[in-house]
Each structure stands twice: as structure tokens, then as C-alpha cells.
Design a protein around this ligand. Structure first.
Ligand code: FAD
Length: 535
């Protein structure tokens, strides 16, 4: 019989603060995996209580500050996702976001299972569920990554205080932003309201590195897992199948996010500075839903962009990357504004716009035409159909389509924001609010109201070859470029040759651009008059 010589070493397990919790004896000359298993078993034996890792908008393992805290505690980790619609206030996730969330939770669960763990799913009030899980597992701590939506901040504050009141440790961390809103202020100690000084100030501060998370091959797990719902039981997928186009367009989850960042940096970033405005070019990163759900974080993006220029010793490596990083900066700015002006998802930052004379829309017919991509303006309709089919719309077209709703149809920006909220896979309270208030002229650093996007000119300028409109409005596909963006001006024989019958195969414009523009400017002037009357 062979004798196996086993040598031992002392392994120190440390707590949150780095203080040693306990020293254990672990076999040295066994495989790392076996050693890890034994450590896990020993941890159970000495009963370091489990930690609940409450996943929210941080659905990744790398650079996840909350996960790092949970692992550092040394005991078993219980990963949990809770669908808590009530806590989101008026902004419970829309249908497209729910589709994304379903896929992303599957991806996260798969990554955890590769490491001997799993994701517990629950639906309902977060505090009640966290307490139930703590009771079931004996957990004495909950850790999470911070969110910045007003209703969620309030909810989280209450939960933190209440858990602490019952002797449970509750710790939050930053996994979502480069510069958290409470840590940034202008020279007068106030929040910024203009992007350029905001971003200049941020860039003068130390840049956060990705949080190193020492991911074990085997996560320390509880002896008994608490109850979990099946993913389908969260009811996130639609009953009517409008989501078929989503599967081809996206690969939700941490791996999909990393692949997209890599592809963008290697293939498109150099030309991003100019091509980013061309909707048919596919030149932007399409990282927005991944960023919203925290499948990737801005610290990781920054580090990857830095690595790109490392060999050349240049950062940013070119203007394209610089522009891209400043767009990531707009995301930071959006969170800054939402945090400091929490009323803005419902009300304009510039209060004079509260009195804006919006137009009537009998039966909601105009709103419906806009939502369905049937306004008669091809670039607007292409954008609205891209949104419906893929859950995403190119930024240039978001601006044109939003401007059309607010200025040509003179319908309230909140109606547009609500539609985007329901249909975008990247629907994000901070960025959506900023986007709509920017277009409407009623927000911080906004485009002035009197600057009205001419949809036809925007189409000609940014989709001159018509790739984008032809893709999403195929019934106009055979029109020559010079008539593609204003089919109502095309001669009869051109329309006939292209198989277009206005009012039948494609709508006539629902408003006349020049008249709509005049009406919008008139409405804006009443606002200015009101403001000076009040002064
Ligand atoms: C009316 C309107 C509504 C919008 N709603 C949202 C929304 O709900 N969610 C959302 O993420 N973005 C929103 N945006 C901003 C922008 O359109 C998208 O972030 C962008 O189109 C996403 O595509 P991308 O990932 O390829 O961007 P890229 O051009 O590759 O930019 C990289 C990242 O920077 C951030 N970013 C870029 N532009 C902006 C911007 N203007 N504001 C804030 N962040 C930006 C995004 O996180 C984006 O993923 C909105 C814009 C408008 C005009």
C-alpha cells in the first residue's frame, strides 16, 4: 500500500476589513481545486456566516465591487436577484428591458454555476425577501452595488437602516460609475449643469481602475440553498412574440458585453468620431444595454481603451476613442443630473417649460403614427421601426425622432420618454431623461428649443445613400436616393416605377414641416412672453 505524504500550510481567512478571522490548516500538496474545496468545507465547519450578494444593475462577475466584498467576508456567498417592481416607483422596467433582463439572468446564473454556485431568483418586496433568505441560510450580511434612481435610493436607504437595526450588516459599493454623483461638485459646491465643465472636472480627478475580484474556481456556497423561482416564473418574457428580432440583434450577458467592447475597439473605434452619426454604418459600440444592466462597467471600458494605446504610449490612442470616452462621460453626466435633480424624469429642469402649450391629439392618432413608424417622414419612421424590431435606435435618429414628436407634433416629451422606456432594451432613467430634456430644450445643457431638426435634411445628410431607410422602410426601397427622404416631392412616374403609392403603401406626411416649425416657434414664444410677464 502506497503512503501519501501530506504536508500542511497555514491559511489565513480574512474578513471585510482585512482582519484575520481564523487560521486554518490546509493540505499543500493537493490540487488547488481540492484545497479550495477543503477550505470551503472548513469555513462551513467554523461557521463564518453566509453573505447575501444582492445583484441589481451589476449583472457581472468581473469588476463587481459588491461581489468582492462578499468574497472577502470569507463565508458562503448567496447570490440573489429580486424582481421588485413596486420599488421602482413609476419606472418599473418596460417590456424590452424585461426581455433583456431574462437573458442576462440566465447568463449570470450559467457563469455562477460554472463556479459551483447559482443565482437565487425571487419576486416581491426586496427587504422581506432578503430577510427570508437570511433566515433560511443564516446569513448575517447583505452586500449590493449602488443605483441612482430616486425611488431606488429611498428604498435602499430604508433597507440599509432596517437591516442594520436588526443586527445584519448591510454594505453597498460602486460598480456602475466612474464618478459617483455625490462625490462631484463645482467650485461653488453645487451640481454641474453643463457637460463640458462637468467632464473637464471629472477628468482632473483620479480615474478609477477596475475592481480586482479574485474569482475562486469554486464559490463558497451555503450548505442548503434557499428556495428560488425558475427564470420563466419571473414572467419577464412577452406573451405575444414581438421579440423575435431581438435574438438576432443581441447577446446579453457579461461575455456578450466583453465581445462587443473588443469588437468595437478593434474594428470601429478609430473611425467613430465621424461615422458615429451615420445610422447605416453600424459604427457605434451598441454597449448601452450592457452598460445599463451592469454586464460591463465604465471602469472596464476605460481600462480597455487605455490598454489599446499602451504600446504606442498614447492615451487616448486616437480621436475616435477620445470621442467614445466622452460619450461614456455623457452617461456619467446623466446620472449626475438625475441624482441631483430627482424630479426630472417627470418634470422639466427648466421650470418655464412646465407651461408649454402642447398640441391636442384627438384619440392619440398622432402619437400612434409616431410609435408605429408611420409619420410619412422616412428617417423618423426608420428609427421608430428599428426601435420596435431590435429594442434599440441609433443616437442620431433618436434625436431626430424625438425632436419630431416634441416640435413637429408638439406632443409632450414625457409621452415620448414613456414609449422609449417601454421599447428600448437600454432604457435607463438617467440617460432617457437627459436625452428627452436635451431634445426638448427644457433640460441641462440642452439644445435650444428654437433649433428644430428638419427631418428631410437630417436624412439626406446622415443617410445620403439611404442604407438605413431602405433597411427599415423597405416599401420605399426602390426609390432613388434623391427622393428617398421626401417621397411626397417625387414625380408620379418615379413613385410608380418604385411601386410607391402615397397614402396606400406608405403614408403621406402627417404634418407639413414648414407649418409645424412655425407653430412650434409660436408656441415657444408664448412661453418666453409668460416668463417675462412673470419676471
Ligand atoms: C431621446 C433620447 C433618449 C435616449 N435614451 C437613452 C436610454 O434610455 N438609455 C441609454 O443608454 N441612452 C439613451 N440615449 C443616449 C444614446 O442615444 C444612447 O446611449 C446610444 O445611442 C447608445 O448606443 P451605443 O451604445 O452604440 O453608443 P456609443 O456611441 O457607442 O456610446 C458609448 C456609450 O456612451 C453612452 N452614451 C452615448 N451617448 C449618450 C448620451 N447622449 N447620453 C447618455 N449616455 C450616452 C452610452 O452608455 C453608450 O453605450 C438617449 C438619447 C436620446 C436623444
Amino acid at each position: 500500500m502506497k503512503h501519501l505524504m501530506i504536508r500542511f500550510q497555514i491559511v489565513t481567512l480574512r474578513g471585510f476589513d482585512g482582519e484575520p478571522l481564523i487560521k486554518i490548516l490546509a493540505a499543500r500538496n493537493v490540487t488547488a481545486e481540492l484545497r479550495e474545496r477543503r477550505c470551503v468545507a472548513l469555513v462551513r465547519a467554523v461557521k463564518i456566516a453566509p453573505t447575501i450578494l444582492w445583484f441589481r444593475l451589476d449583472l457581472r462577475l468581473a469588476d463587481n465591487a459588491a461581489l468582492r466584498l462578499a468574497l472577502e467576508r470569507g463565508g458562503p456567498v448567496v447570490p440573489v436577484y429580486i424582481l421588485d417592481d413596486e420599488a421602482e416607483g413609476r419606472w418599473a422596467m418596460g417590456a424590452a428591458s424585461r426581455w433583456w433582463l431574462h437573458q442576462s439572468l440566465l447568463a449570470l446564473d450559467a457563469s455562477l454555476r460554472e463556479r459551483g454556485s447559482r443565482l437565487i431568483l425571487a419576486r416581491g418586496g426586496s427587504e422581506k425577501i432578503l430577510r427570508e433568505i437570511a433566515t433560511q441560510t443564516g446569513a448575517n450580511a447583505v452586500v449590493w452595488s449602488r443605483r441612482y434612481e430616486p425611488a431606488v435610493i429611498e428604498r435602499d436607504k430604508k433597507i440599509k437602516a432596517s437591516l442594520a437595526g436588526s443586527g445584519l450588516t448591510a454594505i453597498s459599493a460602486n460598480s456602475a460609475l466612474l464618478f459617483e454623483p455625490h462625490a462631484v461638485q463645482n467650485k461653488s459646491g453645487k451640481p454641474f449643469q453643463v457637460f463640458t465643465p462637468f467632464w473637464r472636472h471629472c477628468l482632473s480627478l483620479p480615474m478609477a481602475e477596475p475592481v480586482p475580484v479574485a474569482l475562486p474556481n469554486l464559490f463558497p456556497s451555503p450548505g442548503r440553498w434557499p428556495q428560488s423561482l425558475e427564470p420563466r416564473e419571473l414572467g419577464l418574457l412577452p406573451n405575444i412574440q414581438w421579440d423575435t428580432g431581438f435574438y438576432a440583434a443581441w447577446n446579453p450577458g457579461e461575455n456578450g458585453a466583453q465581445a462587443r467592447l473588443k469588437a468595437f475597439l478593434e474594428e470601429s473605434s478609430a473611425g467613430y468620431g465621424t461615422a458615429r452619426d451615420v445610422p447605416g454604418a453600424g459604427a457605434t459600440s451598441r454597449l448601452s444595454p450592457h452598460l445599463h444592466f451592469g454586464e460591463i462597467g465604465p471602469r472596464q471600458i476605460w481600462a480597455a481603451a487605455r490598454a489599446l494605446g499602451k504600446s504606442a504610449g498614447v492615451f487616448p490612442v486616437n480621436e475616435g476613442v477620445q470621442k467614445f470616452l466622452s460619450e461614456v462621460g455623457w452617461r456619467e453626466f446623466a446620472h449626475h443630473l438625475l441624482y441631483h435633480f430627482p424630479h426630472t424624469p417627470e418634470r422639466p429642469l427648466r421650470t418655464e417649460f412646465e407651461a408649454f402649450p402642447w398640441a391636442e391629439d384627438a384619440g392619440g392618432a398622432k402619437l400612434k403614427a409616431w410609435q408605429r413608424g408611420l409619420t410619412g417622414y422616412p428617417i423618423v419612421d426608420a428609427g421608430m421601426r428599428e426601435l420596435w424590431h431590435t429594442g434599440w435606435m441609433h443616437n442620431r435618429v433618436r434625436m431626430v425622432a424625438a425632436s419630431f414628436l416634441v416640435k413637429h407634433l408638439r406632443l409632450p416629451w414625457t409621452q415620448g420618454a414613456a414609449w422609449f422606456w417601454d421599447t428600448l432594451v437600454d432604457a435607463d432613467l438617467a440617460s432617457n431623461t437627459l436625452g428627452w430634456q436635451w431634445v426638448s430644450g427644457c433640460g441641462a445643457d440642452a439644445a435650444p428649443y428654437f433649433r428644430i431638426f428638419a427631418s428631410v435634411l437630417q436624412g439626406v445628410k446622415f443617410d445620403g445613400e439611404g442604407d438605413y431607410v431602405r433597411r427599415w422602410v423597405p416599401e420605399l426601397g426602390r426609390l432613388p436616393n434623391e427622393h428617398l427622404h421626401a417621397p411626397w416631392e417625387a414625380p408620379e412616374h418615379v413613385l410608380a416605377r418604385a411601386g410607391v403609392v402615397l397614402g396606400e403603401t406608405y403614408p403621406r406626411p402627417i404634418v407639413d414641416h414648414a407649418k409645424a416649425r412655425d407653430a412650434a416657434l409660436k408656441a415657444f414664444k408664448t412661453l418666453k412672453a409668460d416668463a417675462s410677464d412673470a419676471a
